[in-house]
Design a protein around this ligand. Structure first.
Ligand code: MTE
Ligand code: LUZ
Ligand code: MOS
Length: 750
C-alpha cells in the first residue's frame, strides 16, 4: 500500500500548520532572544519596539499567570528568561503584532544590557568545572578492573562525535485560537501533543482540559519536535490567554537554527581489552554528553547511550558511565537514535583502534564478538531471538563480500591517487521507551452508520507513514476496504495522555491499540451478522466489505451489517488501551528488561577517496536489515534509505560549529552542509532478512524508524580504511564528522 499522503503531497495539498486558514483577526508572534550565551540581564528596553504601529503587546515572564517553566524531565527551563540568560538564542520576550513584518521591525528596536558571565561551550570544559545537569549514570557488568589485567591486548583512546541539525523541512510553529470560556485550541507541529497541552496548562495556570492540541502532520520531526515544539506553542497560547485573539507563530529558518537544540555532541574515552583470539573481554567507557543549558531530554538520551554502548557485541565485563554536561548552548535534544548512535560510534572506534594496533582487519574482531542467543546486555536483559549473525552472514554471502574486497584490493593496487575503503557496520537497537511507564497508547475507532471508519490514535504522522500503517491494521482487522478507513488528526481531546511519537515505537504501541479496538468492534458486528444469516458467529468473516461464511461469499454486505447494528443499538465505537507487556527496569540497580525486542542489521559500505583533494564518494551501501514480517516494505525501505542518508550526513559532512562565545556559526544552509543527491550513496541495496518477526511488534512488523541511521557510522570507518591504503603512517583518529578537510590532513600527515 502506498503512503496514504502521497496524493496530496504530490499535489501540494497536504496541510501543515502554515497552511491552516487563519481567522481574520489573527496576530503574529516573533521571539526576541538572547544575544549573549551567559549573563545577568541588567535592563531590556522595549519602549521603541512597543511604539511601532501594529505592535499589540510584547510578552515576557511577567505575563505568565501560571509557572514560567517548561522543563519536562527536570524543571530547569524557563519559557522566557527572567534574571539570567544561559545560551545565545534563549527566548526573552515574545512580540505579538499585526504582521510578521511588523514584529521583525520591532525586534530590531529592542535593546538589552547583559552583564556577561563565563561561557562554557564544550562538555570537557563543563566536566572540568563541575557543571552538570544531574548525577552521572553508570551501567556495569562483570568486573572490568580485574579482567583488564588478564587481557592479552589492551588499547585505549578517545573520540568525539559532533551534534546534528534536524533540518525538518517544516520549521517549528503553532497556531493558537481562543475558544469560549477561556479554552484554547492549539494547532502545533509537535511530536508530543500531550506535552504541549500539559506545558501550556502549566504556564497559563489553567487545567489541561481547557487546552486542546491538534496535529495534522509534521513536515519532519526527527526528534527535534519531541520536546522542542512546546515553547512556541505555549508562547502563542499565553498571548491568546491575554489578547483573546488567534496568534500564529512560525519560526523562520534562521531563528529555528539558532534557538533550537540539536543532536548532542559527545566526547568519550575508552579502554578495550581482548584475549589472544580477539574476544573482547572488557570494555570501559566514559561519555561526556554536551547537554546544553537545560536538561530537556538529555538524561533519557544519556541513558540510551549506555543501553547501546556495546552495540551488537557481547562483552562480559563492561563499565560505562555518562555525564550530562551543562554548557551555554541551546539545550540539545532528541535526534533519531536518541544517544544510541553516539554510544555505538565509540565501541566501533575502540574496535577500529584495536584492529589497527594489531594490524588485522576490523571485521575479524567485530565478527568474533557478535551477539548470540542468551547473551546478557550490560543492563541485564537477556538477548533472545537474536538475528545479529544472521544479518551479518547474509550480508557477507549475498553481497559477495569476498568479491568486493578483492575488487577493492585490485583497485588500490592499480591506483595511486584514488583509494577505496570498505567497512562493515552491525547494528542492534532496543525497541521501547527506556522509561517503562511511557510504553502505552490508545486508539479510538468509530464505525459510522454508512460503514465508513474513522481512526484516532496518539501517533503523529511526520513522514514516517505511521498513518498508513494504522490504516492497514484497521482495514485488515475489520475486514473492510482500505478506502473505508480514514485516519483522523492527532487530537488530545480524542486520545488523551499520550506518549510522544518517538522511540520508533509509535506504530507498535498505537497499532496494537488499533488492533485491539478493531477486533472488539468486529466481534460485535459478527454477532449482528450471525443473527441476520442464522449461522454461528465463528463461521463469519469480513473481507473487503463482504461477509463470508465458510469461505463462501454471502449476499450480506458490511454496510448492511452496520445498518442492522444501528437498529439493534450496538455500540459502533471502541476505545482501546495497549501497554507493552513484560518490560521493566530498576534504576536503583540499573538492571532489567527495558526493551520489547531488538532490531538487527548489517551494512557494508564502500567509499572512494580522492587523495589529492580529500573529497570522497560513497560508492555503495549494502544492507541486510531485520524488518521482521514487514507490513509495508515500500515504507520500511524508505525509512532505511532516509535514516542511512541522515547517518552518513552526521558522520561525514554536517558540521555544527559554535564559537567560543556560544554563537552558532553554522547558522545557514550555506555554512551547514546537509547531504544532497551527490552526497548520497551511489548504490543502496537493501535485503530484508527473512525471519519470523516478533510478536511484540505490530503484526510482527518490527519498528524501523531509528535503527538504520546507525548504518551511517560504517562510512566513517570506510573512509578511514581508504586513507590507510594511501598513507600507511596515518594514525587513526575518531573525530567525526569526517569532513574533506580532515580527510585531506589525514592523507598527508606522518
Ligand atoms: N521519517 C520521516 N520521514 N520523518 C521523521 O521526522 N522521524 C524519525 C523516524 N522516521 C522521522 C522519520 C524518528 S526520530 C522516529 S523516533 C520515528 O520515525 C518515529 O516514528 P515511528 O515510531 O512511527 O517509527
Ligand atoms: N524518547 C524518549 C525517545 O522519551 N525515550 C526513549 O527511550 C526514546 N528513544 C528513542 C527516541 N526517543
Ligand atoms: Mo525519535 S529521536 O524518537 O523522535
Amino acid at each position: 500500500m502506498k503512503n496514504i499522503d502521497s496524493y496530496t503531497h504530490l499535489r501540494g495539498e497536504s496541510l501543515f500548520v502554515d497552511d491552516i486558514i487563519t481567522r481574520q483577526d489573527t496576530l503574529y508572534g516573533l521571539v526576541f532572544d538572547s544575544p549573549k550565551a551567559h549573563g545577568k540581564i541588567i535592563a531590556v528596553n522595549y519602549a521603541k519596539a512597543e511604539a511601532v504601529h501594529g505592535v499589540i503587546k510584547i510578552f515576557t515572564y511577567k505575563d505568565v499567570r501560571g509557572e514560567n517553566q517548561i522543563g519536562g524531565i527536570i524543571p530547569d527551563e524557563p519559557l522566557w528568561a527572567e534574571k539570567e540568560v544561559h545560551f545565545q538564542g534563549q527566548p526573552i520576550a515574545f512580540i505579538v503584532a499585526e504582521s510578521e513584518q511588523i514584529a521583525k521591525k520591532a525586534r530590531k528596536l529592542i535593546t538589552i544590557e547583559i552583564e556577561e558571565l563565563p561561557i562554557i561551550t564544550t562538555a570537557k570544559e563543563a566536566k572540568a568545572k563541575g557543571s552538570f545537569i544531574n548525577a552521572p549514570r553508570s551501567f556495569n557488568l562483570g568486573d572490568t578492573a580485574s579482567t583488564f589485567k588478564k587481557c592479552k591486548h589492551v588499547f585505549s583512546g578517545n573520540t568525539f562525535s559532533n551534534g546534528q541539525e534536524h533540518l525538518y523541512l517544516e520549521t517549528q510553529g503553532a497556531y493558537a485560537i481562543p475558544m469560549e470560556n477561556g479554552n484554547i485550541k492549539i494547532i502545533s507541529s509537535t511530536q508530543g501533543p500531550t506535552s504541549v497541552q500539559k506545558m501550556a496548562a502549566q504556564v497559563l495556570g489553567i487545567a489541561m482540559h481547557k487546552i486542546e492540541v491538534d496535529v495534522t502532520r509534521l513536515g519532519g520531526g526527527f526528534g527535534g519536535k519531541e520536546d522542542q515544539a512546546t515553547p512556541w506553542a505555549v508562547m502563542a497560547a499565553v498571548a491568546v490567554q491575554y489578547l483573546k485573539k488567534p496568534v500564529k507563530f512560525i519560526l523562520n529558518r534562521h531563528d529555528d537554527l539558532r534557538m533550537t537544540g540539536k543532536r548532542h555532541p559527545y566526547d568519550a574515552t575508552f579502554k578495550i581489552g581482548l584475549d589472544k583470539d580477539f574476544n573482547i573481554l572488557a570494555y570501559d567507557v566514559e561519555f561526556l554528553q554536551n547537554s546544553g543549558a537545560a536538561a530537556d531530554l538529555s538524561p533519557a538520551i544519556a541513558e540510551r547511550t549506555l543501553f547501546h554502548a556495546t552495540n551488537s557485541y557481547y562483552i562480559p565485563n563492561v563499565s560505562s558511565i555518562v555525564h550530562s554536561c551543562k554548557t551555554n548552548l541551546p539545550p540539545n535534544t532528541a535526534f533519531r537514535g536518541f544517544g544510541g548512535p553516539q554510544g555505538m560510534f565509540v565501541i566501533e572506534s575502540a574496535i577500529a583502534k584495536a584492529a589497527s594496533e594489531l594490524k588485522i582487519n576490523k571485521r575479524i574482531i567485530q565478527e568474533r564478538n557478535l551477539l548470540v542467543e542468551n547473551d546478557t546486555f550490560s543492563y541485564g536483559q537477556i538477548a533472545t531471538q537474536v538475528e545479529m549473525k544472521n544479518t551479518w552472514n547474509t550480508a557477507i554471502k549475498d553481497f559477495e563480500l569476498a568479491k568486493i574486497e578483492s575488487r577493492i584490493t585490485k583497485f588500490n593496487n592499480e591506483n595511486t591517487l584514488f583509494k577505496k575503503g570498505i567497512a562493515l557496520m552491525p547494528i542492534t537497537f532496543g525497541i521501547s521507551f527506556t522509561n517503562t511507564p511511557m510504553n502505552h497508547a490508545r486508539a479510538l475507532v468509530h464505525i459510522y452508520q454508512d460503514g465508513s471508519v474513522g481512526v484516532s490514535t496518539g501517533a503523529v504522522e511526520m513522514g514516517q507513514s505511521v498513518n498508513t500503517k494504522m490504516l492497514q491494521v484497521a482495514y485488515k482487522t475489520l475486514g473492510v476496504r482500505s478506502k473505508n478507513v480514514k485516519l483522523e488528526t492527532t487530537n488530545t481531546t480524542r486520545v488523551a495522555n499520550t506518549s510522544p511519537t518517538a522511540a520508533s515505537a509509535t506504530a507498535d504501541l498505537n497499532g496494537k491499540a488499533v488492533l485491539k479496538a478493531c477486533k472488539i468492534l468486529k466481534n460485535r458486528l459478527k454477532k449482528v451478522a450471525s443473527k441476520l444469516l442464522k449461522v454461528d458467529e465463528k463461521e463469519i468473516r469480513f473481507k473487503k466489505n463482504e461477509v463470508i461464511v465458510n469461505g463462501e461469499l454471502t449476499a450480506l454486505t458490511w454496510k448492511q451489517v452496520v445498518s442492522q447494528a444501528m437498529l439493534d443499538r450496538v455500540a459502533l465505537t471502541e476505545n482501546a488501551h495497549y501497554v507493552t507487556p513484560k518490560i521493566h527496569f530498576d534504576k536503583t540497580k540499573e538492571k532489567g528488561h527495558p526493551f520489547a525486542y531488538h532490531v538487527y542489521g548489517t551494512a557494508i559500505t564502500e567509499v572512494t577517496v580522492d587523495c589529492i583533494r580529500g573529497v570522497y564518494e560513497i560508492d555503495a551501501v549494502k544492507i541486510v536489515h531485520d524488518f521482521g514480517q514487514s507490513m509495508n516494505l515500500g515504507i520500511d525501505i524508505g525509512q532505511v534509505e532516509g535514516a542511512l542518508a541522515q547517518g552518513i550526513g552526521w558522520m561525514t559532512m554536517e558540521e555544527i560549529a559554535y564559537d567560543k562565545k556560544g554563537k552558532l556559526l553554522s547558522n545557514t544552509l550555506s555554512s551547514y552542509k546537509v547531504p544532497d543527491v551527490f552526497a548520497a550513496a551511489k548504490e543502496v541495496a537493501i535485503i530484508p532478512l527473512e525471519t519470523q518477526g516478533n510478536k511484540m511488534a505490530i503484526k510482527k512488523s518490527k519498528a524501523v524508524g531509528e535503527p538504520p541511521l546507525m548504518y551511517g557510522i560504517g562510512t566513517y570507518f570506510a573512509i578511514q580504511n581508504a586513507i590507510k591504503a594511501f598513507n600507511s603512517k596515518h594514525v587513526i583518529k575518531f573525530n567525526s564528522p569526517f569532513t574533506p578537510e580532515k580527510v585531506l590532513i589525514s592523507l598527508y600527515e606522518d
